[in-house]
Design a protein around this ligand. Sequence first.
Ligand code: NDP
Length: 251
Amino acid sequence: MSLSNKVVIVTGASSGIGAAIAQVLAREGATLALVGRNVSNLEATKKSLKGTQAEIVVADVTKDADAIVQQTLAKFGRIDVLVNNAGILGKGGLIDLDIEEFDAVLNTNLRGVILLTKAVLPHLLKTKGAVVNVSSCAGIRPFAGALSYGVSKAALDQFTKIVALEMAPQGVRVNSVNPGFVVTNIHRNIGIVDEEYNGMLQRAINSHPMGRVGDVTEVAEAVAFLASSKASFTTGALFPIDGGKHNLTPR
Ligand code: NDP
């Protein structure tokens, strides 16, 4: 197993892509700190894991970076990998921008990642560990009408590349996966009705060159690869998991 004896923090492990990441990393032998705010969802993820040690860490990534690190170290004594997966969507473009929502999106998708990565880094330096950020196809190419989210993920991608360069001499790798549309709760969480959601899903299916949306496991498998020594010469990479969508010109 590619992650035996590795202690991995997964943020947003209570839902969607993060829960799938936890399952694939557990299959690969990782010991897991499952981070999120919703305790019952975290418990459901933990229950779905077979034959692995997992600690539930109830925490908000915008505020609790040090507590996440301390609880993980208290339980497992080391940290080998940080998966920054927790994230939220925002609605709309510049004309209808809600600046409070913009702040919330940037706070979770960017500032929270920076704070937690900074808090974990001293421990990754000891283990020659790795960071995997869950970004988006929207970090690589622009989408009209998704301003806050696109800005947050583009900035996250630059963060990935900068920290990868800073840490390369010390043996800590930093990469990202950049998914296209994957069916999870994230789209419904911005408060859209069924009809709107169905239209969004159909447009997503049509706009991925492979003619479908992605599955959580397809993202999780790529995270497991980047987290493991199979990717030992890869750092600063943005790995699109999007059926080819990042290569299309904006429309
Ligand atoms: P979900 O809404 O299903 O899951 C989001 C997760 O993030 C939840 O576990 C939630 O946990 C956690 N989270 C959000 N805010 C916080 C916070 N402040 N502190 C701690 N945890 C938080 O969405 P996805 O699984 O789809 O999203 C996961 C990642 O994948 C995100 O970064 C997203 O941007 C990215 N992504 C998703 C795509 C998609 O189409 N689904 C496409 C491209 C990228 P809790 O509620 O317990 O706090």
